[in-house]
Design a protein around this ligand. Sequence first.
Ligand SMILES: Nc1nc2c(ncn2[C@@H]2O[C@H](COP(=O)(O)OP(=O)(O)OP(=O)(O)O)[C@@H](O)[C@H]2O)c(=O)[nH]1
Ligand SMILES: [Mg+2]
Length: 278
Amino acid sequence: MSDGIPWSQVGGWLWQQRDSIAEAVKKVLAWFRKPDGSDRGILILGAGGVGKTTLARILSGKYDWLLDEPWKYGESFGIERFKLKDDEKVQVVVPPGQTARRETTWTELLANVAGGKYRGVILVSANGCHSIATSSYKDHPLYKGNKDDFVTALVKRNRDDEAAILQRLTPHLTVSNGKVWLLTVVAKEDLWFPERTAAEQRLVDELAPRLQAAQAAKGATNFRHEAVAVSLLISNIVTNDGETLKKNTAGYDHRQSVESIRRLFEVLNALQDWEDTK
Ligand SMILES: Nc1nc2c(ncn2[C@@H]2O[C@H](COP(=O)(O)OP(=O)(O)OP(=O)(O)O)[C@@H](O)[C@H]2O)c(=O)[nH]1
Ligand SMILES: [Mg+2]
C-alpha cells in the first residue's frame, strides 16, 4: 500500500469511511430539506456521460459507493428529479447532458438559474472522459479507422464541449437574483489521475475569466465558487459491446476514491455554511 496502510487493515479503514460518509450524506439530505423560506433546489448540469446521475444518486443516498456495482452507462432522456421522500418540494434537478437532449430542457432551467430558483449549481465535467452509449466505437462518427486517434479526438471534442457548457452557464449566474453558489466537480479522477496537473491548469484557465465576471457582478456575499476533483467510482470506459476505450489508472484505489468523495462532502458542507452568512 502506498502510504503504509497494510492490506489487512484496508477493509476496516474503508468501512469507517463508509460510516463517516454516510453521516455526511445525512447532513446534505438535511440541508436539502432545510426550510429557508423558499424551496430552492440544486441543479446538476454537464455534458452527457460525465457522471451527473451517478452524483445525484450519491447525494440523495440512493447509491452506495462501496457496495453497489458501477452500472453500465445509459443516457438519461428527460429531467431527473431526486425528490426527498418526506419533502417533495426540495429537489436535486438533473437534466440530460447529451447534445440532442439539451435544447428541450436546458433553456428553461438556465432561465431559472438567472431567476434565482436554485441555491446552487453543480457543474460536472470529467476532463474529457465522457461515457458513450454506442454499440461499437467503430460506429461512432469520429472514428476514422484508428482506435487511438478516435479516443484522442473524442476526448478533445468532449473537453471543448465542457468549456462551451461553462461558457453557456456562467452568464446566467452573473445576472442571477440573490445568493447562489457554483460547485465545479471534475469527475472520473480515476481515469485521468496521471494528467492532473494539466487538468487543473485547464480548469483554472477556463474558469478564471468567467468567475471574475460573476464575482464582480454579485460580490462575495452573493456568489461563491468551489472546485473539487472526484472519483465517484472506479471503472473503465467501455462501449455497449464491451470494448475498452479508456482504462482506469493502475494503482488508483478505493482509498483514493473514498477520500475524494469525502472531500466533496466537506466542500458541500462549506457551501452550506456559506449560505447562512449574511
Ligand atoms: N471511472 C469512473 N466512472 C464514473 C464515475 N462517475 C460516473 N461514472 C460512470 O460514468 C457513466 C456515466 O454516468 P452517468 O451518471 O449516467 O452520466 P450522466 O452525466 O448522467 O449522463 P447523461 O444522462 O447522458 O447526461 C456510468 O457508467 C458511471 O458508472 C467516476 O468518477 N469514475
Ligand atoms: Mg444521466
